[in-house]
Design a protein around this ligand. Structure first.
Ligand code: BTN
Length: 323
């Protein structure tokens, strides 16, 4: 069977090639090669040139376990039980939900591509090959599922701190899981339960961060978005980004496990894009709650005040209402 990865590596090493030449080099049939090349062009990895053949559309840096671990701080490395980089999976969150981890450690999975990347509220998450970061962490937390209320807010803060440590300024957070710059979504967080063990809840914390979104995939995004290629002062290595994320996230998860959301609330308030804004929270049953966002409660709920009083919002889609 044609090895997609080997084909790309070959083009990376030796420059553009025509279909027939690639079929010979990869020991594959012409239809197999054509199918693979078309997919990679659609993902923005390859470009076709009539004279030169198929070649890389851009420089590619591959995710690499050793490169991530050697750049990570000692404290982060010490808490990682296992870190893997997959080539192509349905969803890193889904994969980790079915694995095990030592109770005092985390398991980390990154992927070059997700074929079924998932966002909040049943949305899909565009996850083209070798373009962005798709990273999930499996960890146990003491107590039940309700103890994880507000965890996405603490995780968003850790993402913001990691990005700022690499020179990306003005990161804001939109309740409950958006990482934004200038009102555009740069990243998102999806936290899912993975069962309970001895009274502890197992959670998969999935992060998506747009690094250099190819225009082909960007066409499928249905909300204002951005990527680091547009907002960062320089091109950032995905391995360096993954290491910085883990350095900030793993202590944050430990602190959240010990103390809950309380120690993060004042820092969250400084980045909260909804606070003081006229907002609409929309729910799955078609109802809405309109009012002024008052910030976040101790348990992670969004507080909305209107003529009927103050409401604690735990779910739904929140948007800012323009005057
Ligand atoms: C959102 O903003 O709606 C959440 C997006 C979360 C995307 C990440 S990418 C890694 C992990 N795997 C998934 O399928 N989703 C999360």
């Amino acid at each position: 069977m044609l090895n997609e990865r080997a084909l790309i590596m070959r083009l990376q090493r030796s420059g553009p090639k025509h279909v027939a030449e690639l079929a010979g080099l990869c020991d594959a049939t012409v239809p197999e090669i054509v199918h693979c090349l078309h997919r990679l062009c659609e993902e923005g990895v390859l470009v076709a040139n009539a004279a030169r053949g198929y070649g890389l559309a851009r420089d590619l840096e591959w995710l690499d376990t050793d490169a991530i671990l050697t750049r990570s701080a000692t404290h982060a490395r010490a808490s990682i039980d296992q870190l893997d980089v997959a080539w192509s999976v349905d969803s890193t969150n889904t994969q980790l939900r079915h694995t095990a981890v030592a109770s005092d450690k985390v398991r980390v999975l990154l992927a070059e591509r997700q074929t079924g990347g998932r966002g909040r509220l049943g949305r899909s998450w565009q996850s083209p090959l070798a373009a962005n970061l798709y990273l999930s962490i499996l960890r146990e937390f003491p107590g039940g599922w309700s103890c994880l209320s507000g965890l996405s807010l603490a995780v968003g803060l850790a993402m913001a701190q990691a990005l700022e440590s690499l020179g990306v300024a003005s990161i804001a957070l939109k309740w409950p899981n958006d990482v934004q710059i200038g009102g555009r979504k740069l990243g998102g967080i999806l936290i899912e339960g993975a069962g309970e063990r001895s009274g502890n809840v197992r959670a998969v914390i999935g992060l998506g961060l747009n690094v250099a979104m190819p225009r082909q995939a960007a066409g499928h995004i249905d909300q204002p978005w951005t990527d680091l290629a547009q907002v960062a002062p320089q091109l950032l290595s995905r391995n360096a980004l993954a290491a910085a994320l883990l350095d900030c996230l793993l202590p944050t998860l430990e602190r959240f496990a010990q103390q809950g959301l309380t120690p993060f609330l004042s820092q969250y308030a400084q980045r909260d894009v909804l606070r003081g804004q006229a907002v609409a929270a929309s729910f799955g049953d078609g109802t809405q709650c309109l009012g002024i966002a008052q910030g976040v409660a101790d348990d992670g709920a969004l507080r909305i005040r209107n003529a009927q009083g103050e409401h604690a919002i735990y779910a739904g889609e929140v948007s800012v209402r323009r005057a």
